[in-house]
Design a protein. Structure first.
Length: 318
């Protein structure tokens, strides 16, 4: 069943599949894993989450499938995050299951569906198979299906975003969450295409000269958006790691320069002291030394807020 969500960039979450396993430093304090561990201990939900986590509350790599969760979506248009409790492109999940989900989504053109993965190469492979499928033949890319990847640092961005950009989709987005280091997306935000020789590159060309044919690229018509959306957020839960405010500002500025919508989800458990104001720092957490994470306080997500330099950034692609 679809449910409302606390995820700021979605209206609704729906989970036809539940379960996962770690594959990234960003998974160290997985919120979905914590939720699964809690629900596995509650009598009313224990059956649905049985076997998904071990005795230590860690993902086992096993999954449960609820085939009826996509049968009762509302008529009113919504932004729907599909798979907040799983990765639909996990190595243990079959392609036929993904195809079944896509076929279901194609029946609801009024909604915008968003899929997010840490395994973009497998997503690219699944999409290549889906384009040839009789089930959705002629429908790909679905106009209301956005595909995204999650990265937590520069190494993951460099490794994963090219696979996303090579995957046909109505819109492509990146979620930098939890942000564990500075991330430069500038080379992925703008795509250059020469109208003379059709050369393409994922970055601005020097002096507006095509490096392939040498023709001068006049006007903005040679440039288009490569990524359609960037989401950023800090880490939550026990053991959450702080992020430097300058990392966030840099990512925001990159998006502004490339006219790509930027959505700041939250600071997570830690916030800059300028946001904490009179809030008392967590009594067991000392203020990090200057030069490490700046002036950051552990005040909890409920107190840390979503503003950057006194502004809420909640831009969404049209």
């Amino acid at each position: 069943m679809a449910t409302t969500t606390r995820i700021e960039w979605a209206d609704v979450t729906v989970n036809p599949v539940r379960g996962c396993s770690h594959c990234s430093p960003g998974c160290d304090h997985c919120y979905a894993e914590r939720v699964a561990a809690r629900l596995a201990r509650i009598p009313n939900t224990a059956r649905a989450y049985a076997g998904l986590v071990d005795v230590n509350g860690k993902w086992t790599g096993r999954f449960t499938v609820s085939l009826d969760t996509l049968d009762a979506l509302s008529v009113k248009p919504r932004r729907i995050f599909v798979g907040s409790m799983c990765d639909l492109f996990h190595e243990n999940l079959p392609y036929n299951l993904f195809l079944w989900i896509v076929e279901k989504l194609s029946r609801y053109p009024q909604h915008t569906f968003m899929l997010l993965t840490k395994r973009p190469e497998r997503m690219k492979h699944f999409i290549s198979l889906t384009k040839e499928s009789d089930t959705v033949c002629g429908l790909w890319p679905l106009p209301n299906l956005w595909l995204g990847v999650t990265v937590c640092n520069q190494a993951e961005a460099d490794a994963k975003i090219p696979a996303l950009l090579a995957t046909p989709a109505a819109k492509r987005f990146v979620s930098v969450e939890p942000m564990l280091g500075p991330v430069d997306l500038s080379k992925f935000l703008v795509r250059f295409r020469c109208h003379e020789c059709n050369f393409e590159a994922l970055q601005n060309v020097e002096n507006f000269i095509c490096p392939s044919c040498g023709k001068e690229a006049l006007g903005s018509q040679h440039f288009s958006t490569a990524l359609n959306w960037v989401i950023c957020g800090g880490e939550t839960g026990p053991g959450a790691r702080p992020m430097n405010p300058d990392w966030v500002r840099s990512l925001r500025d990159q998006c502004q320069e490339a006219t790509v919508p930027f959505f700041f989800k939250s600071w997570g458990e830690w916030a800059p002291d300028c946001l904490c104001g009179t809030k008392k720092p967590h009594p067991e957490t000392p203020r990090p030394a200057p030069g490490h994470m700046g002036c950051m306080f552990k005040c909890g997500k409920a107190n840390s807020g979503r503003s950057i330099d006194k502004r809420i950034w909640d831009e969404v692609p049209q």
